[in-house]
Write a protein that binds this ligand. Structure first.
Ligand code: GLN
Length: 310
């Protein structure tokens, strides 16, 4: 199969979808409401270390739920996939990403590490000496994957800390079922901080490319995740990366992906490339509308669907 013309494909997708104004910028975290709905950027990062980009690629945005993937990978690296399966799960909830009902229905099993309850539980599972060490391990891990020195967006962090009562309640509920492995306040704060880390589409695509490249960054050459665990991380993304939109996504596009309410989304085609898109307006499940359209377009054109005979 000839190498696809990635530059041309993302240019076409950008043209095709930039005029689509469907969706709504997240405002339940007040600071997120200040981002322009017109921001639109696309990057493809290939396993051989090439980068293709178009649009507002210099504009940084908060990772939000995108961060969950990489902290889950760190937990897997530290504790192995069996413990992740036993403690965090690998099931769709079929419910919104911050559902308390989902936690109640399973009496505290978070179902997966990509819903808020499971992601906060993941933070509490990270092996660390103390709070500072826990945060440093999480940030250093994000930096290594992104091949960059990422920073926390302080106004977003402050805004989210002031309005995260629901997440605090989820953490307490999980703790009441012994599904939490550390101090709830500490884990909620560190979770909120990792969600507030700023990123660009280029950095995000580089993070995805680690997963496309058997756990090794094509950009800094570091083996960041045991090659044998990569399929488990991708499976969690396939199960829950787009929350209650995950099934529809897998049915129509067929590649693992993850979204964040800041408008970012990344998808992985194992052995080939990762694609990251930034566009703030979200659908009802909290997934970027233009990002889903763009990735579907590129995935289709490159016959990336994992369920096709390759
Ligand atoms: N920080 C956000 C929250 O906890 C992340 C949610 C998301 O991106 N889906 O609500």
């Amino acid at each position: 199969q000839p190498t696809p013309d990635y530059a041309q494909l993302i240019e076409q997708a950008h043209q095709k979808y930039k005029g689509n104004h469907e969706g709504k910028v997240a405002d339940y975290i007040p600071a997120l409401a200040t981002y322009s709905p017109n921001n639109f950027a696309i990057t493809i990062a290939t396993v051989d270390g090439k980068i293709y980009q178009v649009g507002d690629v210099k504009k940084a945005f908060p990772m939000e739920s995108l961060s969950k993937v990489f902290t889950m990978a760190l937990a897997m690296e530290q504790r192995g996939p069996q413990e992740v399966l036993d403690k965090l799960g690998a099931n769709a909830t079929g419910l919104p990403f911050n559902s308390g009902l989902a936690v109640e229905l399973t009496r505290g099993a978070p179902e997966n590490p990509l819903v808020n309850a499971g992601a906060m539980s993941t933070v509490s599972l990270i092996e660390a000496k103390d709070k500072t060490d826990r945060w440093n391990k999480i940030l250093n891990n994000l930096n290594a994957w992104a091949d960059a020195s990422l920073t926390v967006n302080e106004p977003v962090f402050k805004s989210e800390m002031e309005t995260n009562q629901h997440n605090q309640a989820l953490a307490m509920l999980m703790a009441s079922y012994n599904s939490f492995y550390g101090d709830t306040r500490e884990a909620v704060e560190i979770y909120t901080r990792q969600c507030s880390v700023d990123i660009t589409v280029e950095q995000l695509a580089k993070m995805g490319a680690v997963l496309a490249n058997k756990g090794k960054s094509p950009f800094n050459g570091k083996q960041l995740l045991n090659e044998r665990y990569v399929p488990q991380v991708l499976a969690e993304m396939a199960i829950a990366g787009l929350y209650d939109g995950s099934g529809k996504w897998l049915y129509s596009v067929g590649i693992p992906a993850k979204s964040g309410v800041g408008g970012g989304m990344v998808a992985v085609v194992p052995g080939q490339y990762a694609i990251a898109v930034y566009s703030p307006p979200l659908d009802a499940a909290g997934n970027s509308v233009r990002a889903q359209q763009t990735i579907e377009y590129v995935a289709h054109a490159t016959q990336a669907n994992l369920f096709l005979a390759h």
